[in-house]
Each structure stands twice: as structure tokens, then as C-alpha cells.
Design a protein around this ligand. Sequence first.
Ligand SMILES: *[C@@H]1O[C@H](CO)[C@@H](O)[C@H](O)[C@H]1NC(C)=O
Ligand SMILES: *[C@@H]1O[C@H](CO)[C@@H](O)[C@H](O)[C@H]1NC(C)=O
Ligand SMILES: *[C@@H]1O[C@H](CO)[C@@H](O)[C@H](O)[C@H]1NC(C)=O
Length: 193
Amino acid sequence: MGKGLTTLLLSCVMFSLCASSFAQTCKNYTFSSSNRVYSSCTDLPVLSSFLHWSYDQSTNKVEIAYRHTGTSTSNWVAWAINPTGTGMVGAQALVAYQNSSSVIHAYTSPVSGYGTTLAEGSLSFGVSNLSATFVNSEMTIFATLTLDSGMTTVNQVWQEGPLSGGSPSTHDTSSSSENMKSVGTLNFLDDQE
Ligand SMILES: *[C@@H]1O[C@H](CO)[C@@H](O)[C@H](O)[C@H]1NC(C)=O
Ligand SMILES: *[C@@H]1O[C@H](CO)[C@@H](O)[C@H](O)[C@H]1NC(C)=O
Ligand SMILES: *[C@@H]1O[C@H](CO)[C@@H](O)[C@H](O)[C@H]1NC(C)=O
């Protein structure tokens, strides 16, 4: 086989590998557990994250799954709604990490300031069915939120940071980092199928 052809074939293989990883959107994703079916999803713009949800307008309950790919058990991950602001302060967070018992621990944490250690506490809205899994470098937080009626467009924040001594420690705060860009709005009525 000529060198030119080999290079061409190799480029094709590389291109399709790259193309398929880029084409991977939340829509392609199927949860391994058959009762995890969501009507909507969004590819979050930074931190390799995806949010899947089903919003029930009659009860204002939203079932969510926050997937964070390419992470590890030395990290914590979090997804939050901020009902009072746009960034981290005021965020009502769902947090997950592998704790010192080697169990994926999922809990809620209201963030009152930049010095947070993500201590456990209850949120300003109801949270039930909270759990998390870690499979193939992917941490997923599952929960059912009971929101106030009319709380259909919200500010969301998502995050990843290191563990230190088995507890969440500060995420990257350099201004160019993805960790400083992981905010946005979310309309639970969008993308309903
Ligand atoms: C994912 O879905 C998109 C369309 O939404 C499709 O173009 C792409 O080929 C799919 N990728 C994989 C890896 O299945
Ligand atoms: C680890 O998390 C599990 C599940 O949330 C919890 O039951 C257990 O007490 C935690 N272990 C420690 C050492 O905190
Ligand atoms: C827990 O989740 C199931 C389905 O995943 C849902 O049917 C049920 O209503 C949820 N429970 C609560 C208390 O929200």
C-alpha cells in the first residue's frame, strides 16, 4: 500500500473517530436503567456536562439527571439552581463524590458564600429521590425537585472540583477556566418531546 493511501485512510479513521465523539450529544444518550427516561435534555457548554429532565406542569416536579463525563473519584461534581442570583452565591446545589467509605455520596448543599466547603444542608425547594452513580468516568446525579409554580426558567450552575482529605475543596478559579463559565439559564419547558 502506498504511503499516500495509508495516510489518507488513517486520516479518515481519525476524522470519523473525532466526528463521532463531537457528535455525541445528550439526545444520543440512553440510561442503562430502563426507568430513567427523560423528555428533554441539554448539552451544557462547558465541563463535559449534560442535563436531562422531565418537567410535570401539573405538580411542578422535575426529575433531573446531571451527567458529568470525564471525571474521576478524586473529584466532586455539583449541579445547582440559583433562585436568587446568577452565580455561585445563593446556589441550591446537588453534590456528589466518592467518600472515604468508597461510596458515591449524593447530598444537598445551599451555597451561602465563596468560602463554601459544600456542607450538607437543606435547599429552598424540595428534593427527593436523590442518588448518584459513577460509571466509566461519568458521575451522574439523579433527583426529583419540587419547585414553586411558575419556576420554569431558572439560573443554573454546574461545577467540578478536587477532593482534599476526603471533602470538597475549591474548584479552579482562574478566570479563563471552564469552572468560571459554568452558569446559564434553563427553561424546563424547552425541548419537550
Ligand atoms: C448523535 O445524534 C446526532 C443527531 O442528533 C447524529 O448526527 C450522530 O451521528 C449521533 N452520534 C452517535 C455517536 O450516535
Ligand atoms: C458515604 O456515603 C454514604 C452514602 O451517602 C453514607 O451512608 C456514608 O455514611 C458515607 N461515609 C462517610 C464516611 O461519610
Ligand atoms: C421518585 O422517582 C420516581 C420515578 O423515578 C417518581 O415516580 C416518584 O414520584 C419520585 N418520588 C418522589 C417522592 O418524588
